[in-house]
Design a protein around this ligand. Structure first.
Ligand code: ZN
Length: 261
């Protein structure tokens, strides 16, 4: 009888242990990064447990207001703006309107001239958010002044490039010769003037994300960029584009891995 009772107790403890273990996997901290389909422009929604932020807002009237409503986003911890071009900042007017109507709360807007290499953002903790570019006191303007931000845990990383071009990629590699990334927001909508071979060969992305408008007049993304990405990526099915696929979702489990879904 006692033996039977012991076995029963061991059995129950075993079941509880399995339940707790699978529970902790289920509750694993996750970051949801979504490249929103804003047409010819760029906007990323970054959603953690406590905080949701935007990296860029897309152009005006892209439908970003509806997209945030459909995703039940009521508060933005921050809006990070890569650089002062309308296809990245134009959505601010739509978001402002939402805030005035009480549809969303925006805690802070961080303009590109407020962020420099070495700055960190606490919004995505436990993930590290580090600004890699540009340097403080730089004299760059336009695309070249885009804020590059790298999110990382111990295993994986996500690099936001804004519209940085080949010359700045070179500067970035001089500052970070060992830079590597798991997921890359391909600079300047996949333009030919970005994503130099030497940059891609060093950072070795596994996932590439391109935001561009369907049949846009710039010819983004350029076939040359797509060809380079196909050669660099181990799995060329991991190249994602808003112009052909719409919004793209990446799920990232802290310390475990990231995948598109
Ligand atoms: Zn742009």
């Amino acid at each position: 009888m006692r033996n039977l009772l012991n076995q029963l107790i061991i059995g129950i403890v075993g079941i509880l242990t399995i339940a707790c273990t699978s529970g902790s996997l289920e509750n694993q901290e996750k970051l949801h990064i979504e490249m929103l389909n804003v047409g010819q422009g760029l906007a990323f929604l970054i959603k953690g447990k406590n905080c949701t932020s935007l990296y860029d807002t897309g152009p005006p009237n892209s439908g970003i207001d509806t997209m945030l409503q459909n995703r039940s986003i009521k508060t933005l911890c921050s809006i990070i703006l890569s650089h002062d071009h309308n296809d990245h900042t134009g959505g601010l007017s739509d978001l402002d309107k939402m805030a005035k109507n009480g549809e969303i709360r925006i805690n802070r807007v961080i303009f590109s001239d407020e962020l420099f290499r070495g700055d960190t953002l606490a919004d995505f903790l436990p993930w590290t958010a580090r600004i890699l570019f540009p340097l403080q006191n730089h004299t760059l303007t336009g695309n070249a002044s885009s804020v590059a931000m790298r999110l990382s845990d111990a295993q994986n990383s996500f690099l936001f490039m804004g519209d940085l071009e080949a010359e700045q990629e070179k500067s970035l590699l001089e500052l970070e010769p060992l830079l590597s990334v798991t997921a890359l927001q391909v600079g300047h909508h996949g333009s030919k003037t970005s994503s130099s071979w030497s940059f891609l060969a060093q950072i070795q992305p596994e996932i590439a994300l391109i935001s561009a408008g369907r049949n846009n007049s710039y010819g983004h993304p350029h076939p040359e960029t797509l060809a380079k990405l196909s050669l660099i990526l181990q799995d060329s099915t991991q190249i994602f584009r808003t112009d052909t696929e719409g919004s793209i979702k990446i799920e990232w489990a802290y310390g475990i891995g990231m995948w598109s879904n």
